[in-house]
Design a protein around this ligand. Sequence first.
Ligand code: HEM
Length: 446
Amino acid sequence: MALPPGPRIPPALQTLNWVVRPEAFMRACRRRYGDVFTVRLAQVGTLVFSCDPAEHKRVFTADPDALRAGEANASLEPVLGERSVLLLDGREHLRQRRLMLPPFHGERLARYEELMREITDRVVDSWEVGRPLKLQDEMQAITLEVILRVVFGMAEGERLEELRRLLKHLLRVATRPIALVPWLRREDVPGPFRAAMRAKAAVDREIYRLIDDRRADPGLDEREDILSMLMLARDEDGEPMTDVELRDELMTLLLAGHETTATALAWAFERMFRTPGVLERLAAEAAAGEETRYADATAREVLRLRPPIPLVARHVRAPFELAGYELPPGVIVAPCIYLTHRREEIYPDPEELRPERFLDVQPDTYAWIPFGGGIRRCLGASFALFEMRVVLQAILSRVRLAPERPADEGTRRRAIVLAPRRGAGAVVAERRERPREPARGAAAVV
Ligand code: HEM
């Protein structure tokens, strides 16, 4: 049965293109083959890319047993654990997802604003006027701290410092591509996999200790951090999550949530530096306080123009029709975020950063898909958009930033995301201090 057309070069070369120059490769395929095309990647399989919103609707609303998302993430199992919501499918996935959704609801997020601001302020305090910065690293410091304080609910102190240290080490060793190669997964011999598993064991000890302490906390019911809410959640049978599930979901939220959001923020600055009108308007809004519409629209537009994750994947388990082709079991359907967001008829001048596109306009469910879609749509989408808005405004209200070099930054792969090639290089041109409110954020969550 014929699959959609696609490059005829050997899979090894297609893989090389996908790894080394993903954007140019996707664009070339779209130009040559149209809205759906087939790419063959070594170690991954046969992917049918699609960038047609009408087809996305069919994929995202398909029977989850026919199109499976969890299997596509199987290589992350050694770090995330087998109960991770990212890895499960079918009923088990739904149970886990239902338990996790309530704390991520949009209305609940306002309570985290003060703490997010305080964390951002602390990082901005460490910047010196004139000294070059890699904003990707700076944003990552912020988003990691947000996960540890807001999601894990940790208070400042030695325990937080120790877990932060252990997690940084784990993230460094476990996301090296070599640590994920299946046939190198041997714990009995020294090597990258054993190093990753040892780092994981050290993190796990701390996380289980955190869960034990939290359970013993007489004020658990009143706490507002996400771990506490997960511990209080009950499924349809009245059962709570087990400790193993709690541990696996904390690691999942950390891994899925911090580098993605940091990368989106890094791109926001990288693009705004090259679109000064947007930067100025956002800075003026941030200085005035209160108003958030333009910052919200900018966050959405950055995620359109530079989606950190270029595609989502579903494994076909039962024959599935896509754009007139019948896809057999075994292939992977890949709604392509990157190409969908560049459709000229939906987004005129698609390469331009233009927040006005989303000013007071809700993005289309199937044409704006930085968070994927359907029952696998990113659980942290509202959280990420909220955090992006708060962090952008907090930074711009305190400093004027300029690019380290004028030229656009290209893209490079970083673990699971496509990030600015030079790490979003910047310098602080000027401080514009605003009166700082007394720090009350810690009380808001802990
Ligand atoms: C700008 C930042 C982010 C981007 C671009 C992003 C993107 C994505 C994408 C593309 C998916 C897969 C969706 C699909 O297969 O249809 C996903 C899933 C997920 N994301 Fe995010 N994400 C971000 C931030 C976050 C944050 C902050 C959290 C939590 C703290 C989070 C937690 C998750 C989880 C748990 C899943 C799995 C959902 C499931 O399988 O049911 N993400 N994300």
